[in-house]
Design a protein around this ligand. Structure first.
Ligand code: ADP
Length: 196
């Protein structure tokens, strides 16, 4: 029972926290951003299709993204749970995911929302740009991604709030503090780490 979604603005640390949480709860991370980057790196057909879109910080078309996610979620390791990072990213994608999950008699158990003020996001992204040199971490593209987050992604929170599955987590603090906040919120929903 751990079908999770982690959502938060760029620079909120959702990639980092998502990986830690998925590992602890024994589920795979399904990150659309990682899938796209991997395909771009390997110059696959998908990579060629999405390269200029991701470089501009725009959204890859919903149909294409949905297909990629569904294929990934059909793999065996995601049968009992997963942690989605970066999908869904707008309300259309929420509809696509709902449809896919309900056909399987499944639903999301919790949405972890990492709350970070825009200035803090910008600060972290600028630092990451210096350290990692991701080609969508330039000033203009960062601003575009944050704008799209606010206009298209933030509204999905309301949809999930109405279902009562959102855990709003303060994303400012040390890495460990934030992980502990997430564990506590999940535990309150009866989502606990498998005994190892
Ligand atoms: P970030 O959250 O820092 O913008 P991601 O790694 O989640 O980075 O995504 C990188 C890029 O991949 C996005 O800017 C977008 O172009 C594309 N992308 C990722 N997820 C989606 C999605 N669900 N729908 C459309 N495009 C996506």
């Amino acid at each position: 029972m751990s079908r999770l979604l982690i959502v938060g603005p760029q620079g909120s640390g959702k990639g980092t926290q998502g990986a830690v949480i998925a590992d602890e709860y024994g589920v795979p991370v399904v990150s659309t951003g990682d899938i796209f980057r991997e395909n771009i790196k390997n110059d696959t057909e998908l990579g060629q299709k999405v390269k200029s879109i991701t470089a501009a910080g725009d959204l890859v078309p919903d149909e294409l993204t949905g297909e990629i996610v569904r294929d990934r979620l059909r793999e065996d390791d995601a049968a009992d749970g997963f942690l989605l990072d970066g999908y869904p990213r707008n309300t259309t994608q929420v509809g696509h995911l709902d449809e896919f999950l309900s056909e399987r008699g499944e639903q999301l158990d919790a949405v972890i929302l990492l709350d970070v003020p825009r200035e803090e996001s910008l600060k972290r992204l600028t630092l990451r740009a210096e350290q990692e040199g991701r080609d969508d971490d330039t000033e203009d593209v960062i601003a575009n991604r944050l704008d799209i987050y606010e206009s298209e992604t933030a509204p999905i929170i309301d949809v999930y709030e109405r279902r009562g599955i959102v855990d709003r987590i303060d994303g400012v603090g040390s890495l460990d503090e934030i992980t502990e906040r997430i564990r506590t919120a999940l535990a309150a929903r009866g989502i606990v780490r498998p005994a190892s």
